[in-house]
Design a protein around this ligand. Structure first.
Ligand SMILES: *Cc1c(COP(=O)(O)O)cnc(C)c1O
Length: 404
Protein backbone atom coordinates (compact mmCIF):
# COMPACT_ATOMS: atom_id res chain seq x y z
CA UNK A 1 0.00 0.00 0.00
CA UNK A 2 1.48 3.36 -0.93
CA UNK A 3 -0.71 5.85 0.89
CA UNK A 4 -1.81 4.24 4.16
CA UNK A 5 -5.11 5.71 5.34
CA UNK A 6 -5.41 7.21 8.81
CA UNK A 7 -6.94 4.54 11.08
CA UNK A 8 -9.24 7.18 12.55
CA UNK A 9 -10.91 7.46 9.14
CA UNK A 10 -11.73 3.75 9.05
CA UNK A 11 -14.52 1.79 10.72
CA UNK A 12 -13.52 -0.79 13.36
CA UNK A 13 -14.76 -3.61 11.08
CA UNK A 14 -12.44 -2.41 8.30
CA UNK A 15 -9.46 -2.05 10.65
CA UNK A 16 -10.14 -5.61 11.88
CA UNK A 17 -9.61 -6.91 8.34
CA UNK A 18 -7.14 -4.49 6.79
CA UNK A 19 -4.99 -2.80 9.43
CA UNK A 20 -1.31 -3.69 9.86
CA UNK A 21 -1.60 -6.46 7.30
CA UNK A 22 1.67 -8.33 6.79
CA UNK A 23 3.16 -8.86 3.33
CA UNK A 24 6.24 -10.82 2.36
CA UNK A 25 8.13 -10.69 -0.93
CA UNK A 26 5.81 -13.48 -2.10
CA UNK A 27 2.86 -11.07 -1.67
CA UNK A 28 0.55 -13.57 0.01
CA UNK A 29 -2.98 -12.21 0.41
CA UNK A 30 -3.53 -13.88 3.79
CA UNK A 31 -1.16 -12.75 6.56
CA UNK A 32 2.01 -14.85 6.68
CA UNK A 33 3.18 -16.25 10.00
CA UNK A 34 6.72 -15.65 11.31
CA UNK A 35 7.26 -18.75 13.40
CA UNK A 36 10.83 -18.01 14.42
CA UNK A 37 12.51 -17.38 17.75
CA UNK A 38 15.29 -15.16 16.41
CA UNK A 39 16.35 -13.08 13.41
CA UNK A 40 19.58 -12.76 11.41
CA UNK A 41 21.58 -9.70 10.35
CA UNK A 42 23.61 -8.64 7.33
CA UNK A 43 26.65 -7.85 9.45
CA UNK A 44 28.01 -7.77 12.98
CA UNK A 45 27.57 -3.99 12.94
CA UNK A 46 23.88 -4.35 12.08
CA UNK A 47 23.42 -6.90 14.88
CA UNK A 48 24.97 -4.44 17.32
CA UNK A 49 22.73 -1.59 16.09
CA UNK A 50 19.60 -3.75 16.43
CA UNK A 51 20.50 -4.88 19.95
CA UNK A 52 21.24 -1.36 21.15
CA UNK A 53 17.98 -0.15 19.66
CA UNK A 54 19.82 2.33 17.43
CA UNK A 55 18.31 0.62 14.40
CA UNK A 56 14.68 -0.48 14.70
CA UNK A 57 13.91 -4.06 13.70
CA UNK A 58 13.43 -7.60 14.85
CA UNK A 59 15.76 -9.12 17.41
CA UNK A 60 14.18 -11.97 19.31
CA UNK A 61 10.54 -13.07 19.50
CA UNK A 62 10.26 -12.51 23.25
CA UNK A 63 9.95 -8.81 22.42
CA UNK A 64 9.96 -8.34 18.63
CA UNK A 65 8.07 -10.54 16.16
CA UNK A 66 6.32 -9.30 12.99
CA UNK A 67 3.19 -11.46 13.41
CA UNK A 68 2.79 -10.41 17.04
CA UNK A 69 3.47 -6.78 16.08
CA UNK A 70 0.80 -6.95 13.40
CA UNK A 71 -1.76 -8.20 15.94
CA UNK A 72 -0.73 -5.45 18.39
CA UNK A 73 -1.06 -2.70 15.81
CA UNK A 74 -4.41 -3.97 14.57
CA UNK A 75 -5.92 -4.24 18.04
CA UNK A 76 -4.53 -0.82 19.04
CA UNK A 77 -6.17 0.75 15.97
CA UNK A 78 -9.48 -0.99 16.71
CA UNK A 79 -9.52 0.22 20.32
CA UNK A 80 -8.47 3.73 19.26
CA UNK A 81 -5.26 3.43 21.29
CA UNK A 82 -1.74 4.59 20.50
CA UNK A 83 0.00 1.34 21.32
CA UNK A 84 -0.50 -2.28 22.36
CA UNK A 85 1.50 -5.09 23.92
CA UNK A 86 0.43 -8.70 23.31
CA UNK A 87 0.85 -11.28 26.03
CA UNK A 88 0.65 -15.03 26.58
CA UNK A 89 -2.81 -14.89 28.21
CA UNK A 90 -5.34 -12.50 29.69
CA UNK A 91 -3.84 -13.09 33.13
CA UNK A 92 -0.36 -12.31 31.77
CA UNK A 93 -1.78 -8.99 30.51
CA UNK A 94 -3.37 -8.22 33.87
CA UNK A 95 -0.40 -9.23 36.05
CA UNK A 96 2.20 -7.58 33.78
CA UNK A 97 0.23 -4.32 33.90
CA UNK A 98 0.04 -4.43 37.70
CA UNK A 99 3.70 -5.35 38.18
CA UNK A 100 4.80 -2.60 35.79
CA UNK A 101 2.67 0.18 37.25
CA UNK A 102 2.55 -0.59 40.98
CA UNK A 103 5.12 -0.28 43.77
CA UNK A 104 5.02 -1.30 47.46
CA UNK A 105 2.63 0.91 49.43
CA UNK A 106 0.37 1.62 46.44
CA UNK A 107 -3.38 1.04 46.59
CA UNK A 108 -5.83 -0.41 44.02
CA UNK A 109 -9.62 -0.06 43.91
CA UNK A 110 -11.37 -2.82 41.99
CA UNK A 111 -14.88 -3.89 41.20
CA UNK A 112 -15.66 -7.03 43.21
CA UNK A 113 -17.16 -8.54 40.04
CA UNK A 114 -13.93 -9.28 38.18
CA UNK A 115 -12.57 -12.50 36.73
CA UNK A 116 -11.85 -14.86 39.67
CA UNK A 117 -8.13 -15.19 39.00
CA UNK A 118 -7.73 -11.40 39.01
CA UNK A 119 -8.87 -11.57 42.63
CA UNK A 120 -6.16 -14.15 43.31
CA UNK A 121 -3.58 -11.66 42.01
CA UNK A 122 -4.88 -9.07 44.51
CA UNK A 123 -5.01 -11.47 47.47
CA UNK A 124 -1.92 -13.54 46.99
CA UNK A 125 0.57 -11.57 44.92
CA UNK A 126 -0.06 -7.81 45.21
CA UNK A 127 -0.50 -8.26 48.96
CA UNK A 128 2.94 -9.90 49.13
CA UNK A 129 4.41 -6.64 47.83
CA UNK A 130 2.42 -4.58 50.35
CA UNK A 131 -0.07 -3.40 47.71
CA UNK A 132 -3.55 -3.19 49.15
CA UNK A 133 -6.78 -3.68 47.15
CA UNK A 134 -10.25 -2.42 48.11
CA UNK A 135 -13.21 -4.22 46.48
CA UNK A 136 -16.33 -2.18 45.68
CA UNK A 137 -19.66 -2.72 43.91
CA UNK A 138 -19.21 -2.02 40.20
CA UNK A 139 -22.31 0.14 39.85
CA UNK A 140 -22.09 2.13 43.11
CA UNK A 141 -20.03 5.28 42.43
CA UNK A 142 -20.19 6.32 46.09
CA UNK A 143 -18.31 3.19 47.11
CA UNK A 144 -15.56 3.93 44.57
CA UNK A 145 -15.33 7.52 45.79
CA UNK A 146 -15.19 6.51 49.45
CA UNK A 147 -12.38 4.02 48.76
CA UNK A 148 -9.99 6.62 47.31
CA UNK A 149 -6.78 7.13 49.31
CA UNK A 150 -3.76 9.38 48.68
CA UNK A 151 -1.81 6.26 47.59
CA UNK A 152 -4.51 5.00 45.16
CA UNK A 153 -2.83 4.36 41.80
CA UNK A 154 -5.32 2.25 39.85
CA UNK A 155 -9.08 1.80 39.46
CA UNK A 156 -9.96 -1.52 37.81
CA UNK A 157 -13.17 -2.96 36.36
CA UNK A 158 -14.89 -5.21 33.83
CA UNK A 159 -18.13 -4.08 32.26
CA UNK A 160 -20.60 -5.66 31.78
CA UNK A 161 -19.71 -7.90 34.69
CA UNK A 162 -19.48 -11.66 34.75
CA UNK A 163 -21.91 -13.32 35.30
CA UNK A 164 -24.58 -10.81 36.42
CA UNK A 165 -24.31 -8.23 33.62
CA UNK A 166 -23.91 -5.25 35.95
CA UNK A 167 -22.69 -2.15 34.12
CA UNK A 168 -19.96 0.25 35.27
CA UNK A 169 -20.00 3.91 34.22
CA UNK A 170 -16.62 4.21 32.46
CA UNK A 171 -16.84 7.98 31.92
CA UNK A 172 -17.67 8.75 35.56
CA UNK A 173 -15.01 6.37 36.89
CA UNK A 174 -12.36 7.81 34.53
CA UNK A 175 -13.13 11.26 35.90
CA UNK A 176 -12.92 10.02 39.49
CA UNK A 177 -9.57 8.34 38.77
CA UNK A 178 -8.11 11.40 37.05
CA UNK A 179 -9.33 13.84 39.71
CA UNK A 180 -7.32 11.77 42.18
CA UNK A 181 -4.16 11.17 40.17
CA UNK A 182 -4.98 7.54 39.41
CA UNK A 183 -5.43 5.53 36.20
CA UNK A 184 -8.59 3.72 35.08
CA UNK A 185 -8.12 0.23 33.62
CA UNK A 186 -11.00 -1.55 31.87
CA UNK A 187 -10.99 -5.27 31.04
CA UNK A 188 -12.92 -5.14 27.73
CA UNK A 189 -13.04 -8.89 27.21
CA UNK A 190 -16.85 -9.22 27.21
CA UNK A 191 -17.58 -6.45 24.70
CA UNK A 192 -14.39 -6.20 22.61
CA UNK A 193 -13.81 -3.03 20.53
CA UNK A 194 -16.58 -4.21 18.22
CA UNK A 195 -19.12 -3.18 20.91
CA UNK A 196 -17.33 -0.85 23.35
CA UNK A 197 -14.29 1.45 23.27
CA UNK A 198 -13.30 2.33 26.84
CA UNK A 199 -10.41 4.62 25.76
CA UNK A 200 -12.90 6.91 23.98
CA UNK A 201 -14.85 7.11 27.24
CA UNK A 202 -11.76 8.22 29.18
CA UNK A 203 -10.17 4.95 30.36
CA UNK A 204 -6.36 4.94 30.37
CA UNK A 205 -5.74 1.28 29.57
CA UNK A 206 -7.78 -1.54 28.04
CA UNK A 207 -7.03 -5.16 28.93
CA UNK A 208 -8.02 -8.20 26.87
CA UNK A 209 -8.14 -11.90 27.28
CA UNK A 210 -7.75 -12.64 23.55
CA UNK A 211 -8.59 -16.23 24.49
CA UNK A 212 -12.27 -15.27 24.39
CA UNK A 213 -13.98 -13.32 21.59
CA UNK A 214 -10.85 -12.04 19.80
CA UNK A 215 -10.11 -15.65 18.87
CA UNK A 216 -13.78 -16.55 19.02
CA UNK A 217 -13.38 -20.26 18.40
CA UNK A 218 -11.69 -21.47 21.57
CA UNK A 219 -8.30 -22.36 20.10
CA UNK A 220 -5.54 -20.25 21.67
CA UNK A 221 -4.63 -18.40 24.85
CA UNK A 222 -3.54 -14.80 24.59
CA UNK A 223 -3.88 -11.36 26.11
CA UNK A 224 -3.22 -7.70 25.35
CA UNK A 225 -2.95 -4.25 26.88
CA UNK A 226 -3.83 -1.14 24.83
CA UNK A 227 -3.19 2.50 25.71
CA UNK A 228 -0.76 5.41 25.44
CA UNK A 229 2.76 4.69 24.17
CA UNK A 230 4.26 6.27 27.30
CA UNK A 231 2.74 3.54 29.52
CA UNK A 232 2.90 0.72 26.97
CA UNK A 233 6.65 1.09 26.47
CA UNK A 234 7.08 0.41 30.20
CA UNK A 235 4.89 -2.71 29.96
CA UNK A 236 6.83 -3.80 26.85
CA UNK A 237 10.04 -3.41 28.86
CA UNK A 238 8.58 -5.63 31.59
CA UNK A 239 7.58 -8.28 29.02
CA UNK A 240 11.05 -8.15 27.43
CA UNK A 241 12.60 -8.95 30.82
CA UNK A 242 9.97 -11.12 32.51
CA UNK A 243 9.02 -13.03 29.34
CA UNK A 244 5.21 -13.54 29.28
CA UNK A 245 5.12 -12.90 25.52
CA UNK A 246 2.53 -14.05 22.97
CA UNK A 247 3.44 -16.90 20.64
CA UNK A 248 3.57 -15.83 16.95
CA UNK A 249 1.35 -18.77 16.07
CA UNK A 250 -1.31 -17.56 18.50
CA UNK A 251 -0.95 -14.00 17.17
CA UNK A 252 -1.70 -15.32 13.69
CA UNK A 253 -4.82 -17.14 14.93
CA UNK A 254 -5.98 -13.92 16.63
CA UNK A 255 -5.38 -11.91 13.44
CA UNK A 256 -7.70 -14.32 11.65
CA UNK A 257 -10.17 -14.10 14.55
CA UNK A 258 -10.23 -10.30 14.43
CA UNK A 259 -11.28 -10.37 10.77
CA UNK A 260 -14.72 -11.73 11.73
CA UNK A 261 -15.02 -10.07 15.17
CA UNK A 262 -17.61 -7.44 14.20
CA UNK A 263 -19.91 -9.97 12.56
CA UNK A 264 -19.56 -12.44 15.39
CA UNK A 265 -20.21 -9.94 18.19
CA UNK A 266 -23.31 -8.71 16.40
CA UNK A 267 -24.61 -12.27 15.94
CA UNK A 268 -23.68 -13.28 19.53
CA UNK A 269 -25.56 -10.25 20.85
CA UNK A 270 -28.64 -10.87 18.69
CA UNK A 271 -28.84 -14.52 19.79
CA UNK A 272 -28.33 -13.56 23.44
CA UNK A 273 -31.00 -10.84 23.40
CA UNK A 274 -33.54 -13.19 21.81
CA UNK A 275 -32.79 -15.94 24.32
CA UNK A 276 -32.87 -13.54 27.30
CA UNK A 277 -36.27 -12.17 26.25
CA UNK A 278 -37.59 -15.70 25.71
CA UNK A 279 -36.20 -16.98 29.02
CA UNK A 280 -37.98 -14.16 30.90
CA UNK A 281 -41.29 -15.64 29.71
CA UNK A 282 -40.56 -19.23 30.73
CA UNK A 283 -41.74 -21.08 33.87
CA UNK A 284 -38.97 -21.99 36.31
CA UNK A 285 -36.88 -18.94 35.41
CA UNK A 286 -37.19 -16.64 38.42
CA UNK A 287 -34.88 -13.97 37.03
CA UNK A 288 -32.82 -13.19 33.95
CA UNK A 289 -29.76 -10.93 34.19
CA UNK A 290 -28.89 -9.31 30.87
CA UNK A 291 -28.19 -5.63 30.23
CA UNK A 292 -30.31 -5.65 27.07
CA UNK A 293 -33.56 -6.38 28.91
CA UNK A 294 -36.02 -3.64 29.86
CA UNK A 295 -36.00 -5.17 33.36
CA UNK A 296 -32.27 -4.41 33.73
CA UNK A 297 -31.74 -1.33 35.96
CA UNK A 298 -28.76 -0.09 33.91
CA UNK A 299 -30.01 -0.72 30.40
CA UNK A 300 -29.76 3.00 29.53
CA UNK A 301 -26.12 3.20 30.64
CA UNK A 302 -25.28 0.02 28.70
CA UNK A 303 -26.94 1.53 25.62
CA UNK A 304 -24.89 4.70 26.03
CA UNK A 305 -21.50 3.00 26.18
CA UNK A 306 -22.05 -0.23 24.21
CA UNK A 307 -23.21 -0.90 20.64
CA UNK A 308 -24.93 -4.13 21.71
CA UNK A 309 -25.20 -6.13 24.91
CA UNK A 310 -22.83 -9.05 24.38
CA UNK A 311 -23.30 -12.78 24.77
CA UNK A 312 -23.44 -13.54 28.48
CA UNK A 313 -26.74 -14.16 30.25
CA UNK A 314 -27.31 -15.30 33.84
CA UNK A 315 -30.54 -16.94 35.02
CA UNK A 316 -31.89 -17.87 38.43
CA UNK A 317 -33.90 -21.09 38.32
CA UNK A 318 -36.70 -22.32 40.58
CA UNK A 319 -38.15 -25.84 40.28
CA UNK A 320 -41.88 -26.67 40.30
CA UNK A 321 -41.71 -27.24 44.09
CA UNK A 322 -40.35 -23.72 44.60
CA UNK A 323 -36.79 -24.81 45.34
CA UNK A 324 -34.03 -22.43 44.32
CA UNK A 325 -31.02 -24.56 45.12
CA UNK A 326 -27.99 -26.31 43.69
CA UNK A 327 -30.00 -29.45 42.80
CA UNK A 328 -32.39 -27.41 40.66
CA UNK A 329 -29.52 -25.68 38.86
CA UNK A 330 -27.60 -28.90 38.26
CA UNK A 331 -30.74 -30.71 36.98
CA UNK A 332 -31.31 -27.87 34.52
CA UNK A 333 -27.69 -27.95 33.31
CA UNK A 334 -27.49 -31.75 33.05
CA UNK A 335 -30.70 -31.91 30.98
CA UNK A 336 -29.25 -29.83 28.12
CA UNK A 337 -27.76 -31.78 25.21
CA UNK A 338 -26.28 -29.16 22.89
CA UNK A 339 -24.73 -26.65 25.30
CA UNK A 340 -21.19 -27.41 26.49
CA UNK A 341 -20.88 -27.73 30.27
CA UNK A 342 -17.70 -25.72 30.78
CA UNK A 343 -16.45 -22.58 32.48
CA UNK A 344 -15.17 -21.09 29.22
CA UNK A 345 -16.87 -18.44 27.10
CA UNK A 346 -16.17 -16.35 24.02
CA UNK A 347 -16.70 -19.26 21.66
CA UNK A 348 -19.03 -19.89 18.73
CA UNK A 349 -20.23 -22.84 20.84
CA UNK A 350 -22.75 -21.94 23.56
CA UNK A 351 -21.62 -22.85 27.07
CA UNK A 352 -23.44 -23.35 30.36
CA UNK A 353 -21.82 -22.91 33.77
CA UNK A 354 -22.78 -23.19 37.46
CA UNK A 355 -20.70 -20.27 38.84
CA UNK A 356 -21.18 -21.09 42.55
CA UNK A 357 -19.33 -24.42 42.21
CA UNK A 358 -16.91 -23.62 39.37
CA UNK A 359 -15.73 -20.12 38.45
CA UNK A 360 -16.64 -18.75 41.89
CA UNK A 361 -16.12 -22.03 43.79
CA UNK A 362 -13.15 -20.72 45.77
CA UNK A 363 -14.91 -17.47 46.74
CA UNK A 364 -15.92 -17.29 50.42
CA UNK A 365 -19.64 -17.91 51.11
CA UNK A 366 -20.20 -14.40 52.44
CA UNK A 367 -18.51 -12.80 49.43
CA UNK A 368 -20.57 -15.00 47.07
CA UNK A 369 -23.79 -13.82 48.69
CA UNK A 370 -22.62 -10.22 48.48
CA UNK A 371 -21.86 -10.63 44.78
CA UNK A 372 -25.21 -12.29 44.07
CA UNK A 373 -23.71 -15.67 43.10
CA UNK A 374 -26.51 -17.90 44.42
CA UNK A 375 -26.71 -21.70 44.25
CA UNK A 376 -29.56 -21.42 41.71
CA UNK A 377 -27.63 -19.13 39.35
CA UNK A 378 -26.66 -20.43 35.90
CA UNK A 379 -24.51 -18.60 33.35
CA UNK A 380 -25.09 -19.07 29.66
CA UNK A 381 -22.52 -17.71 27.19
CA UNK A 382 -24.53 -17.67 24.01
CA UNK A 383 -22.79 -18.93 20.88
CA UNK A 384 -23.71 -18.76 17.22
CA UNK A 385 -25.85 -21.89 16.85
CA UNK A 386 -29.41 -21.43 15.53
CA UNK A 387 -31.41 -19.68 18.25
CA UNK A 388 -34.37 -22.06 17.81
CA UNK A 389 -32.13 -25.03 18.56
CA UNK A 390 -30.79 -23.22 21.63
CA UNK A 391 -34.33 -22.55 22.87
CA UNK A 392 -35.18 -26.23 22.43
CA UNK A 393 -32.08 -27.23 24.36
CA UNK A 394 -32.80 -24.83 27.24
CA UNK A 395 -36.39 -26.12 27.10
CA UNK A 396 -35.03 -29.52 28.21
CA UNK A 397 -33.61 -27.75 31.29
CA UNK A 398 -37.01 -26.18 32.01
CA UNK A 399 -38.69 -29.60 31.70
CA UNK A 400 -36.12 -30.99 34.17
CA UNK A 401 -37.28 -28.34 36.69
CA UNK A 402 -40.70 -30.01 36.60
CA UNK A 403 -42.50 -27.85 34.03
CA UNK A 404 -44.08 -28.99 30.79
C1 LIG B 1 -10.82 -15.31 30.81
C2 LIG B 1 -10.73 -13.94 31.34
C3 LIG B 1 -9.51 -13.43 31.80
C4 LIG B 1 -8.25 -14.24 31.85
O1 LIG B 1 -7.80 -14.58 30.57
P1 LIG B 1 -6.90 -15.86 30.23
O2 LIG B 1 -6.64 -15.69 28.79
O3 LIG B 1 -7.70 -17.08 30.58
O4 LIG B 1 -5.68 -15.77 31.09
C5 LIG B 1 -9.48 -12.11 32.23
N1 LIG B 1 -10.59 -11.35 32.24
C6 LIG B 1 -11.78 -11.82 31.82
C7 LIG B 1 -12.97 -10.93 31.85
C8 LIG B 1 -11.89 -13.13 31.36
O5 LIG B 1 -13.10 -13.59 30.96
Amino acid sequence: MSDTPDPRDLHTDTLAIRWAQLRTDEMSHSDPIFLTSSFVYDSAAQAAARFSGEEPGNVYSRFTNPTVRSFEQRLAAMEGGESCVALASGMAAISSTFFTLLAPGDHVISSRSVFGTTNVIYDRYLKKFNIDTTLVDLNDLDQWRAAIRPETKLLYLETPSNPLSEVGDIEALAKLAHDNGALLIVDNCFCTPALQKPLELGADLVIHSATKYLDGQGRCLGGAVVGPEEILKEIHGFVRSAGPCMSPFNAWVFLKGLETLGLRMKAHSENALQLAQWLEQQPGIARVHYAGLDSHPQKALAERQQKAFGAVIAIEVEDSDGRRDRQAAWRFIDATRLLSITANLGDVKSTVTHPATTTHGRVAEEEKQRSGIGENLIRIAVGLEDVGDLKNDLGLGITALGFE
